[in-house]
Design a protein. Structure first.
Ligand code: NAD
Length: 251
């Protein structure tokens, strides 16, 4: 028996490529009307909207920098004026600026913390107002296994992603009584622009260590995000679900 298609509305930040794009497609296929947030690439954003429309779904692309409070306010207002409600927020926008701590500039530190952590704060704060009015909603944060186990060369990214785990659990406790769930998904190594930059030798080594024998695909993560957004996950909140092919199993 297949699940009823959703009539809900979902915002996905940083949506035009990689995991965000796959999440938009997956949510649109599940029936959500999708707001694909992007920062700069109009062409990619429009191609995503067209792809969703071709599949019979509904989507709009809204430009906003998730690190700028006024932009985020515009994103939520734009969503409400277009679709009249907001059911799901996927905090997906993220960047890396990898280097050893000894060489890390304050700019690299601030950029990564601001995009990955403050961006989720600004978007969640703006999104929970309409969700509280509806007394329902779901927020899903893209953290990383790096935030759980650490990684040399990524102190800024690991701190931001570990921060997102604390943020997820704390907000889950704040808004649970209003019918809003807050969860995190922690991908391992997924084939996107973020991991394209890794040397082939390192990717080969990582691959041999993954029990499922391959790097992840954006669709592997998108399915879990869509599950957390769905009624099937209604009794899950404050959870962090790893999607890493078994690379980092909890002991
Ligand atoms: P990606 O670089 O392909 O996509 C990230 C998107 O975020 C881009 O479209 C970018 O334009 C957007 N973005 C960046 N700053 C923004 C801002 N200020 N405002 C709006 N959009 C902004 O990367 P991805 O691999 O698809 O990563 C998606 C998420 O998953 C990120 O949060 C990342 O940290 C996380 N993640 C990825 C992996 C992986 O292996 N690829 C692993 C763990 C976690």
């Amino acid at each position: 028996m297949s699940a009823e298609p959703s009539s809900g509305v979902a915002i996905v930040t940083g949506a035009v490529r990689g995991i965000g794009r796959a999440v938009c497609l997956e949510l649109a296929r599940a029936g959500y009307r999708v707001v694909a947030n992007y920062r700069g690439d109009d062409e990619l954003a429009q191609s995503l909207v067209s792809e969703i429309a071709q599949e019979g779904g509904h989507a709009v692309a809204l430009r906003a920098d998730v690190t700028v409070a006024d932009d985020v306010a515009g994103l939520i207002e734009g969503t409400l004026s277009t679709f009249g409600r907001l059911d799901v927020l996927v905090n997906n926008a993220g960047i890396t600026r990898d280097t050893l701590l000894m060489r890390m500039s304050e700019t690299d530190w601030d950029a990564v913390l601001t995009t990955n952590l403050k961006g989720a704060f600004l978007c969640s704060k703006a999104a929970i107002r309409p969700m509280m009015r509806q007394r329902s909603g779901s927020i899903i944060n893209l953290t990383s296994v790096v935030g759980l186990v650490g990684n040399a060369g990524q102190t800024n990214y690991a701190a931001a992603k570990a921060g997102l785990v604390g943020f997820t659990k704390s907000l889950a406790k704040e808004v649970g009584s209003r019918g809003i769930t807050v969860n995190a998904v922690a991908p391992g190594f997924i084939e996107t622009r973020l991991t394209d930059v890794l040397p082939d030798e390192l990717k080969g080594t990582i691959q041999t260590q993954i029990p499922l024998g391959r790097m992840g695909r954006p669709e592997d993560v998108a399915g879990v995000v869509a599950f957390l957004a769905s009624p099937a996950a209604r009794y899950i909140t404050g959870a962090v679900i790893s999607v890493d092919g078994g690379l980092f199993m909890a002991t």
